[in-house]
Design a protein around this ligand. Structure first.
Ligand code: ATP
Ligand code: MG
Length: 362
């Protein structure tokens, strides 16, 4: 998968621009606060429909503008698709000029994985950040997962409303059944993803971090079992046990929305003892493993690497670049100085200077 054209208008601090390239490495460089991350974010938004930072789409609109627009042309399996996202009070998406019927159709020909400094929180931050990563990674592998997660969230919302109203056990039973059905599926998809990522994470972690610790990756969940029925029943039972407490709290305490991803090195939870360097290497390993697993399954997403220089030392960056080059993934990176990124293939790299929101291919 390769993005061959990026154009934006009204997007954060960026001046309108159009960049056509088929290079494997696209590097935005310049001083701090010039718009490098914003440029990466434009790619990320068009590829995933999510902002790279924050949550609100209206923050993407330039302060002087009334609407934000990003166009991204992507070649995947020999086919060129023109993606376009516009935001003017609400979001509009198009592929080849048409609105896709299902949101998941949008992602047939475009995916992206990003690695940014703030991603350290996946390892040392709140449990919800780890869950969000597992869900994002599962979605990147299988865009239809989005529909399942949304259905689960809707069911949670319905049950929360019922928990707050006058008690109707029969109604709560109906919601529990629905939640167990959907929740068991969510738990299964996550487990499949983690099983799939495990060997890749361990391999990449050895390469990037040069470490031999035994790395573990699993969800702490009530929805355990070998089949959908078993997982569903386990979840139902756990929900019924927590019913009283749920009613007191006014929300559902058991289910995939409260499950924890446990990341461990040599059996110890990394969240509590990981050094800064260990945490960074591990997060990068998670992201690269996503890329490797996706490639093994037939789709190699775009890889976005924000703020290379501050994240890793030179030796690690060089190894990282080598891994990415061998993988054949297209990489969009930002850095304060391109010389921080050693080993970039000269013939296959385009350097884009970013200054006060203006982009120049240098
Ligand atoms: N919606 C917006 N409209 C206009 N400007 C914005 C908007 N959002 C952010 N900015 C500004 O864009 C500027 C560039 O931000 P960006 O994060 O891309 O910088 P950067 O080049 O990546 O810097 P660093 O090297 O420090 O990471 C910032 O000064 C920020 O205040
Ligand atoms: Mg930045």
């Amino acid at each position: 998968m390769r993005a061959v054209r990026l154009a934006t208008e009204g997007f954060r601090n960026l001046e309108p621009f159009e960049l056509a390239t088929d290079a494997q490495f696209v590097v935005f460089h310049g001083d701090n606060a010039q718009g490098k991350t914003n440029a990466l974010e434009a790619v990320y938004w068009a590829a995933t429909l999510k902002p790279l930072r924050g949550k609100k789409l209206k923050e993407l609109v330039g302060w002087e503008a009334s609407s934000a627009h990003v166009a991204l042309d992507v070649v995947h399996e020999g086919l060129l698709r023109r993606y376009r996202v516009d935001y003017e009070g609400e979001r509009q998406i198009r592929v080849d000029g048409k609105t896709p019927r299902e949101l998941s159709d949008y992602f047939t020909g475009v995916r992206a994985i990003a690695f940014a400094p703030s991603d350290a929180a996946i390892v040392d931050g709140e449990p919800s950040i780890r869950r969000a990563w597992v869900d994002r990674a599962t979605f990147t592998r299988q865009p239809a997962y989005l529909g399942l997660v949304r259905a689960y969230r809707r069911a949670l919302g319905h049950k929360a409303a019922a928990l707050k109203g006058p008690t109707d056990p029969a109604l709560l039973d109906v919601y529990d059944l629905q939640l167990a059905e959907l929740g068991a599926k969510v738990a299964e998809r996550r487990a499949v993803l983690l099983d799939d990522l495990g060997p890749h994470v361990r391999e990449v972690h050895r390469t990037i971090a040069g470490r031999k610790e035994e790395l573990g990756l699993r969800m702490r969940t009530k929805a355990l079992g070998d089949s959908h029925e078993v997982r569903k029943n386990a979840l139902l039972e756990a929900m019924s046990e927590s019913r009283e407490l749920d009613q007191r709290r006014g929300f559902t305490l058991v289910g995939p929305h409260t499950d924890e991803l446990v990341i461990s090195l040599d059996g110890k939870a990394l969240r509590t003892f990981g050094s800064r360097g260990q945490v960074r290497s591990l997060v990068l390993s998670l992201k690269l493993a996503e890329l490797l697993a996706a490639k093994a399954a037939g789709v190699t997403p775009l890889f976005l690497l924000d703020d290379v220089s501050s994240e890793l030392d030179r030796a690690r960056t060089a190894r990282l670049v080598q891994v990415l080059a061998e993988l054949g993934a297209q990489v969009w990176a930002s850095t304060t100085a391109p010389e921080h990124i050693e080993g970039l293939p000269v013939g296959d790299t385009v350097a884009v200077r970013v200054e006060k929101g203006r982009l120049d291919v240098s």
